[in-house]
Ligand binder design. Structure first.
Ligand code: F6R
Length: 361
């Protein structure tokens, strides 16, 4: 039942305020400015002994993992990174007993992720799951973990699950941070930010009409560039994937800082750029990238916390805490992908060549 929406993708995008609310419910502990994650199965002593975090996933879940790694590194100060599970399992990785491995998957059935988990377990590693589907293979094979509680996702492309994965990573980062060196004040600040998310998501979704118009404006593009810096880079990657999957427009994502090392050669009016421009300590750096693009007569659509002078269009999103901004900045770009695909008459819920759950190698 699509409840009045024309596609599951549209319905699921609009379910995100409720989904995030569900991910937070019952988990916040105001007394100690932290969160409780019941199924984690990692006591404080174990959490303090972790020297590295390695996150494994595929596609959209890998992108959620990239944001998660940054959050854990920022809030808990544990060196962290994400890697596609399929790459990891085929390169005979060094499995280190002081590393906490986290497998992230909506379905909990993706074969490459499951195989990576099994290989890790065989070598004696500690593996947590960050999964949506309760009781799925990855949830069963891991030592513990977090259910992201996004509810069933029917559309082949992931939207609300991505958002809830990133929120779940924020919870984990806060939890690990508060066991280690994150201050009470910072813990409170993050909790306040988390509590603001559902209302801010509703605010973004209320701006749908602007995004629909922009999608029509950019639907003639043959190819699109997505750029972001540090926190904005995985957001750009995920937005680029979403556009490709549902509209079949070619898109690529680059760190804004890498533009001048090559891809700037592609910039011309027929190659618009979507830029993630958060109001954080890299704002001026991001503005400089917009200037470089403008000087090559590139069209720019910015997602930012304030109107960007150098951009042709800006989608303004509400500001949260710097560390949590990536959760919100991708949401308007889910709608951009949706409306672009709609303007092009695509089969939005079932894009060609794709399946909801990839259970083959
Ligand atoms: C993108 C998409 C895929 C999945 C990937 C992993 O919209 O849906 O990239 O994210 O196949 O699937 P899960 O999360 O089920 O392991």
């Amino acid at each position: 039942d699509m409840g009045g929406h024309d596609t599951y993708m549209h319905k699921e995008i609009h379910e995100q305020a409720d989904a995030v609310d569900r991910a937070l419910r019952g988990r916040i502990d105001d007394r100690f400015s932290t969160v409780h994650l019941g199924g984690l199965n990692l006591d404080a002593r174990d959490a303090r002994a972790v020297r590295r975090v390695k996150i494994l996933g595929c596609g959209t879940s890998y992108h959620a993992g990239q944001i998660g790694a940054q959050m854990i590194e920022e809030l808990a100060r544990i060196p962290s990174d994400a890697e596609p599970a399929s790459e990891f399992r085929y390169r005979n990785p060094v499995v280190d007993p002081d590393t906490l491995y986290i497998a992230v998957s909506q379905s909990g059935e993706t074969y490459d992720v499951l195989a990576a988990v099994q290989e890790l377990k065989r070598k004696g590693a500690r593996v947590l799951g960050l999964v949506n589907v309760v009781g799925s293979a990855i949830a069963r094979e891991t030592d513990g973990g977090i259910y992201v509680h996004a509810g069933p996702e029917v559309c082949v492309v992931s939207t609300k699950c991505f958002t809830n994965m990133v929120v779940s990573f924020a919870l984990l980062a806060l939890h690990l941070g508060r066991i280690r060196d994150l201050s009470v004040a910072d813990g409170k600040r993050i909790i306040e930010g988390l509590r603001k998310l559902p209302a801010q998501i509703s605010e973004i979704l209320a701006n749908e009409e602007q995004i629909e118009k922009l999608a029509e404006e950019y639907a003639d593009a043959k190819s699109m560039m997505f750029i972001g810096r540090v926190r904005g880079y995985p957001v750009a990657r995920e937005a680029s994937l979403k556009l490709k999957e549902v509209s079949y427009i070619h898109a690529e994502a680059y760190p804004a800082s890498e533009l001048k090392h090559g891809p700037l050669a592609l910039i011309e009016p027929a190659m618009p750029t979507v830029a993630i421009v958060p109001d954080d300590d890299l704002l001026e750096k991001n503005r400089a990238a917009l200037e470089e693009i403008k000087a090559r007569s590139g069209r720019i659509l910015a997602v930012a916390h304030q109107e960007q002078e150098k951009a042709d269009h800006t989608i303004v999103v509400p500001k949260n805490e710097d560390e949590l901004d990536p959760i919100l900045m991708g949401i308007p770009l889910q709608l951009l992908a949706y409306y672009t695909a709609k303007a092009m008459g695509r089969d939005i819920d079932k894009p060609r060549n794709l399946a909801k759950s990839v259970t083959v190698e």
